[in-house]
Structures are given as structure tokens and as C-alpha cells.
Ligand binder design. Structure first.
Ligand SMILES: NC(=O)c1ccc[n+]([C@@H]2O[C@H](COP(=O)([O-])OP(=O)(O)OC[C@H]3O[C@@H](n4cnc5c(N)ncnc54)[C@H](OP(=O)(O)O)[C@@H]3O)[C@@H](O)[C@H]2O)c1
Length: 297
């Protein structure tokens, strides 16, 4: 460990060089931002998702141009709603690595929407809207955003704990990507999604409690993002798998975001590196939302 003034250098405070990182849903949106944050600072990052072509694009467009010589992006397709697929994914990582420093449970879906927020519909009209929602959609959203994060964490437990046992001064850690949607009292037109994200925040707390035990020693924290550009929020991505949310000067006022803009790649990268590198952070949900929750408590 560096001594004296040296330890306060940014490179020491946020050093992830040589780390092994796993990011689910790492091929687009927020997952890609986090993947680039680690890989460009010298980590080997295993990314997963259901579409192999999307993952291969990342390797070609971003993995081949990393600014750190030790950085790497390694695609391994998997479906986090399927236990055997998760298990194969963890086994594939274990074939190459004897530990995992950080698991980022990021993969998620938002499901369908209903126009119910602060409307003035009659009971009958509101009922019609809500009754049209499918139980299957609710199940898929919960299965991905909650069960998928739970079982992926379980699959990686020994590898994460092995990072702690290496005695390099840091613990293996999990970062769950929840959402301000799990905190705000407005439904944002998608009650199923917001319910799943509230469950994600509680899952984060429970896992933090369970995994801190002395035989395991894994830290668990969560980032609750506000609005960031992704396939989920912009409906699409370009040839480099990047998405854009069109904005103008009125964006912040219209959306109720004091920062006046959607979240940027650096905002998310800084949050992920902070949670990964700060060894004193346990069981927290850190909101990174440009002030959204101040206007939508
Ligand atoms: N963007 C925002 O404003 C925002 C705000 C708050 C929270 N979030 C959360 O951030 C996370 C990332 O979402 P995003 O906004 O970046 O959207 P996105 O671009 O749609 O990313 C979601 C990623 O998850 C992957 N995925 C979905 N289902 C999967 C499954 N069953 N197995 C494996 N991978 C799966 C997708 O790839 P495949 O389709 O190829 O599987 C995709 O790469 C989500 O948990 C989301 O709820 C986003």
C-alpha cells in the first residue's frame, strides 16, 4: 500500500488495475458505461446479455481501443432469468479467473406502461388501463430485475469471496443497479417496474447483511440512477451501442431535473468506481439522479 501523501493520488484512491469485473447487461446503456469505466482503467471485464451480436460489437468498437494496456472486455452471452444459463456463465468466468473483484448486477427490463399517473380518469377508465397489464409482464420484470440479480450473485459467491481472501486490501463486492423508480412515490406509468426496483433496493440491503458474515466477506451496495441514455430510455442504440436522449434548454424544467440534463457516462463511471474502490461502504443505495428525487420524492 502506498504511504503518506502518495496514497491520496487519484490513481491510488480509485485503482482497479488488474481487477476482474463482471457486468450483466454490459453491452448497452448503463452497463456499457460501467464496463468502459473499469476496462479503461486496467480491469478485465466480462460482459453478458442475451444478444451475442450486441456483445461482439462492444468487443470490436470499444474493447479493441481501450486506453489502458491491461484492460479487456470479454463477451459471454447468458440469460439471467435462467438458472442454468447463469451457472454456465459463472463457470465460464471461473475457467479463466480464480476470483472476481466486482459483480455489477445491471441487466434489467422495464416492461409495459399504463397511462395512470396523476390522471383524472374515472374508476372504470382507470380499471380498464390497469386490467390490460399482463401478469406475465409483471413476472418477467420481477424475474429479471430481482430474481436475476439474486441468482447471479449467488452463482458468483465463491469467486467474489475469493477476491477478499487474496488479502490485497480490498473485499469482493457487488453493485446492484436499482433505480430512483424504486424510491419515488410516482408510478412513472410503470408500476410493475417501480415495484421491482423497490424490491431491488431491499434485496441489496438483505444481501449486504447476509454476505458480510466472516466466512464470506463480500460488500454489497447499489446505485439508484436517475434518467440515463440507454436502449430502455431512448428505445434504440447506434452502431457503437450508444444511445442518445434528445434535450433542449427546457429539458430539466419539463422533466423536473435540477441538473437540467440526463445523466452522462462520466456520472455513472464515477459512481461505479466509488462503490467498487471505497472499502468502508456497506449496504448503501447511492442515488445518482441530477436531483430528480428532490422534485419527485
Ligand atoms: N437508463 C436509465 O435511465 C435507468 C435508470 C434507472 C435504472 N436503470 C437500470 O439500469 C439497468 C440497465 O438498463 P439501461 O437503462 O442501461 O437499459 P438497456 O440499454 O436496455 O440495458 C439493459 C441490458 O440488460 C440486458 N438484459 C436484459 N435482460 C437480460 C437477461 N434476461 N439476461 C441478460 N441480460 C439481459 C440487455 O441485453 P439483451 O437484451 O441483449 O439481453 C441490455 O444490454 C437496468 O437495471 C435498469 O432498470 C436505468
Amino acid at each position: 500500500m502506498p504511504e503518506g501523501n502518495q496514497k491520496f493520488a487519484i490513481n491510488n484512491l480509485f485503482d482497479v488495475q488488474g481487477w476482474t469485473v463482471v457486468v450483466t447487461g454490459g453491452g448497452t446503456g448503463i452497463g456499457l458505461m460501467i464496463t468502459q469505466a473499469f476496462a479503461n482503467n486496467g480491469a478485465r471485464v466480462y460482459i453478458t446479455g442475451r444478444r451475442p451480436d450486441v456483445l461482439q460489437t462492444i468487443e470490436k468498437e470499444w474493447g479493441s481501443k481501450l486506453i489502458h494496456p491491461e484492460g479487456k472486455i470479454i463477451p459471454v452471452p447468458a440469460d439471467i432469468t435462467d438458472k442454468s444459463s447463469i451457472q454456465k456463465f459463472a463457470q465460464e468466468v471461473a475457467r479463466h479467473e480464480d476470483h472476481v473483484d466486482v459483480l455489477v448486477n445491471n441487466a434489467g427490463i422495464d416492461g409495459d406502461t399504463s397511462t395512470v399517473e396523476k390522471g383524472d380518469e374515472s374508476a372504470e377508465a382507470l380499471q380498464e388501463q390497469l386490467w390490460n397489464e399482463e401478469m406475465k409482464m409483471w413476472e418477467e420484470v420481477y424475474r429479471t430485475n430481482v430474481m436475476g440479480h439474486f441468482f447471479t450473485t449467488v452463482a458468483f459467491l465463491p469467486l467474489l469471496s475469493a477476491a477478499t481472501k487474496r488479502g490485497k486490501g480490498h473485499t469482493g463486492s457487488v453493485i446492484n443497479i436499482s433505480s430512483i423508480s424504486g424510491i419515488t412515490r410516482t408510478s412513472q406509468h410503470h408500476i410493475a417496474y417501480n415495484t421491482s426496483k423497490a424490491a431491488s433496493i431491499q434485496l441489496n440491503t438483505l444481501l449486504a447483511q447476509e454476505l458480510r458474515r466472516s466466512g464470506v466477506q463480500i460488500r454489497v451496495n447499489s446505485i439508484a440512477p436517475g434518467i440515463f441514455p440507454s436502449e430502455m430510455t431512448a428505445s434504440d442504440s447506434n452502431a457503437q451501442n450508444k444511445s442518445t436522449i434528445p434535450t433542449d434548454e427546457s429539458y430539466g424544467r419539463k422533466k423536473g431535473i435540477p441538473a437540467g440534463r440526463p445523466g452522462g457516462e462520466e456520472d455513472m463511471a464515477q459512481a461505479a468506481l466509488f462503490l467498487a474502490s471505497n472499502q468502508y461502504l456497506y449496504g448503501q443505495t447511492v442515488t445518482v439522479d441530477g436531483g430528480y428525487l428532490l422534485e419527485h420524492p
